[in-house]
Design a protein around this ligand. Structure first.
Ligand code: CUA
Length: 338
């Protein structure tokens, strides 16, 4: 008897604590549906809060009644038996109707949110992006602009971006909590979604479907800029990188004579590999390894030297035999690719 009371109390205390803490959990991070940055994300957040508070109210009522009855009607004497009750039609109708009504309202609001966040309810897309999910990084292709990049999706702020999703391996899920809900990224099947950032800013995205050892390290960034700045970025990406100078000259030779070109493309070089990220403008990106670390020369050197030690399971091999001087030159070359 005593232990079941204790267990019940512990269950209630933990549940109540979670109910209080859960709404606060998103406040410190920007990767949260609780801080929507666009109208469709606000619709989803609104629906979430409605369902959450309805569930919270039901939880408090049910648990409150449960505790009340447990305390009020516990057996006082060994011989005592409670009144035996069989069926109560009004109560049975009530507890069938009430949940059905609540679910009907949730259903109606869900359908309404789906309609409001559908691309057909938006102005036409001004940019089209093809997103390819790899193990474990994101490729962003702009077919109309002739741009291929990785892990950083640049978009003009305030405009609708049409997104076509495809995987070349397992199922991933494209998710930018502040901008758009999750859409699966499936092999051999194109899925469509869209997004818009109302204001300029950097928004974190994350793969939201377990896809192997490095699922947790499959981050990307959506960088929304005013149209003029975005156009400047487009022109920069469309311009082939300038010929290297200084140490980077040797770095380019290392790149072209080594294993790099088997997997990586750099425009106007021998490197036309398609397995790994396109590195044509690597120096202009802020992250490497799908967000595993910031793009700095030291980090890039570490990454090239032994990527599998930083991100076990990835395709990119380690290069223990690369001399320090060659590695330095290679890093200088790659970082010069703005
Ligand atoms: Cu890709 Cu999880």
């Amino acid at each position: 008897m005593h232990s079941s009371h204790t267990r019940l109390f512990r269950f209630f205390a933990i549940s109540a604590l979670l109910a209080l803490v859960l709404p606060l959990a998103g406040c410190s991070s920007t990767q949260s549906i609780l801080e929507p940055a666009t109208s469709s994300a606000r619709e989803i957040t609104g629906l979430f809060y409605f369902i959450f508070y309805v569930a919270l109210a039901i939880f408090i009522i049910v648990e409150g009644l449960l505790i009340y009855f447990v305390l009020r009607y516990q057996r006082r004497a060994r011989a005592e038996l409670p009144a035996q009750v069989h069926g109560n039609t009004p109560i049975e109708i009530a507890w069938t109707l009430a949940p059905a009504l609540i679910l009907a309202v949730v259903f109606f609001l869900t359908v309404r949110t789906m309609a409001a966040t559908n691309i057909s309810a938006q102005p036409p897309a001004t940019v089209q992006v093809r997103v390819i999910g790899h193990q474990w990084w994101w490729e962003f292709q702009y077919p109309d602009l002739g741009i291929v990049t990785a892990d950083e999706l640049h978009i003009p702020a305030g405009e609708v971006v049409g997104v076509t999703l495809l995987s070349d391996n397992v199922i991933h899920s494209f998710w930018v909590p502040q901008l758009t809900g999750k859409t699966d990224v499936v092999p051999d099947h194109e899925n469509k979604t869209w997004l818009r950032a109302d204001a300029p800013g950097t928004y974190n995205g994350q793969c939201a479907e377990f896809c192997g050892a490095q699922h947790a390290h499959m981050l990307f960034k959506v960088i929304a800029q005013p149209r003029a700045d975005d156009e400047a970025w487009v022109r920069q990406q469309q311009t082939p990188p300038s010929e290297p100078t200084g140490e980077a000259v040797r770095g380019k030779q290392v790149f072209e004579s080594g294993a790099c070109i088997g997997c990586h493309t750099i425009q106007n070089t021998k490197g036309q590999g398609k397995v790994g990220p396109n590195l044509t403008h690597l120096g202009s990106r802020t992250i490497i390894g799908a967000g595993i670390m910031p793009n700095t020369p030291d980090n890039l050197a570490q990454w090239i030297r032994n990527a599998p030690s930083l991100k076990p399971g990835i395709v990119m091999p380690a290069f223990p035999s690369l001399s320090d001087a060659d590695l330095r030159a290679l890093v200088a070359y790659l970082e010069s690719l703005k």
